[in-house]
Write a protein that binds this ligand. Structure first.
Ligand code: GUN
Length: 271
């Protein structure tokens, strides 16, 4: 759709297979598009499809002027090749910020991603709102995934924070976490981070989301973050909740990136 000579931003999602969590996330992204006035398109492929069919969908979306941004929902089922798939998305339409060039630019001094990854961008936005300048802060990131841990750490370095990345082989985790002004947890272990791991006044971002059985819930389960909320909320100066914390920020940043991509494709400076 064209208004005042400008195309309305459009987001295309691509989902392979029928994973219920991925289906839910894609539905939430489309609902946000409706709310934001962004056009949305959806492409579903069966789990039995082949890589060349997925490549053909991406090639088609790369050429379509109505599509400003392309999001391939992750994880892709086996044997799809995530790296090959993400590399195929046109850089200008990489609203997830997962193209190897975008990630590579995040890792380089003096460069920045054309479009930053959404969850890390949401985390950085929350931290800057809460703390202001992050320069010199001690930040500890639990988890080194391509989607959250590693790009979040790289973006914190760009803000001149002093960053420690911890993972499954790290030792003395509680002691390392106690040194953090900023603690970001993205490991997917329910209520893993305890109150005595956190320094008084630290800011804690909980990215984990795990399903745990709960007989009192009509669904028979509830969603729990990585951080023991009851304990840590007594010591942290601010922390995010699960649900309703980082998740909505990720979607908001996806809308932001889709708008920015549409603006850049039409020769405008993104806001
Ligand atoms: N799966 C989990 N988080 C994300 C995300 O931010 N983007 C995509 N494409 N897939 C995901």
């Amino acid at each position: 759709m064209v208004k005042d000579g400008l195309r309305r931003p459009g987001l295309a999602t691509v989902l392979v297979g029928e994973d219920p969590a991925s289906q839910l996330y894609v539905r939430m992204k489309h609902a946000a598009c409706v709310e934001a006035g962004i056009e949305s398109f959806h492409y579903s492929l069966p789990v039995t499809a082949c890589q060349s069919a997925l490549d053909a969908v991406i090639d088609h979306l790369n050429q379509d002027d109505q599509v400003s941004g392309i999001l391939v929902q992750l994880p892709l089922p086996d044997p799809f090749d995530a790296e090959q798939t993400l590399r195929r998305v046109a850089l200008a339409k990489d609203v997830d910020g997962f193209h190897p060039v975008n990630i590579g630019r995040l890792a380089q001094k003096g460069r920045t991603a054309l479009l930053p990854p959404c969850t890390p961008l949401g985390i950085l936005t929350l931290l800057k709102l809460e703390i202001g300048n992050l320069a010199g802060k001690n930040a500890v990131v639990l988890g080194r995934s391509n989607v959250v841990g590693m790009p979040t750490a790289l973006m914190l370095v760009k803000e001149d924070a002093t960053v420690t990345i911890c993972h499954s082989r790290s030792e003395n985790l509680p002691a390392i976490c106690r040194g953090a002004d900023i603690l970001v947890s993205a490991v997917g272990k329910p209520a893993y981070v305890k109150g005595d791991w956190v320094r008084e006044g630290a800011v804690v971002i909980d990215v984990g989301i795990s399903r745990v059985p709960d007989e009192r819930s009509v669904r028979g389960y509830r969603m729990v973050g990585d951080v023991d909320f009851a304990e840590v909320s007594k010591v942290a100066s601010a922390m995010t909740k699960v649900t309703g914390g980082v998740g909505p920020m990720t979607i908001a940043m996806l809308m932001r990136n889709t708008l920015a991509a549409a603006q850049m494709q039409q020769g405008m400076q993104p806001a």
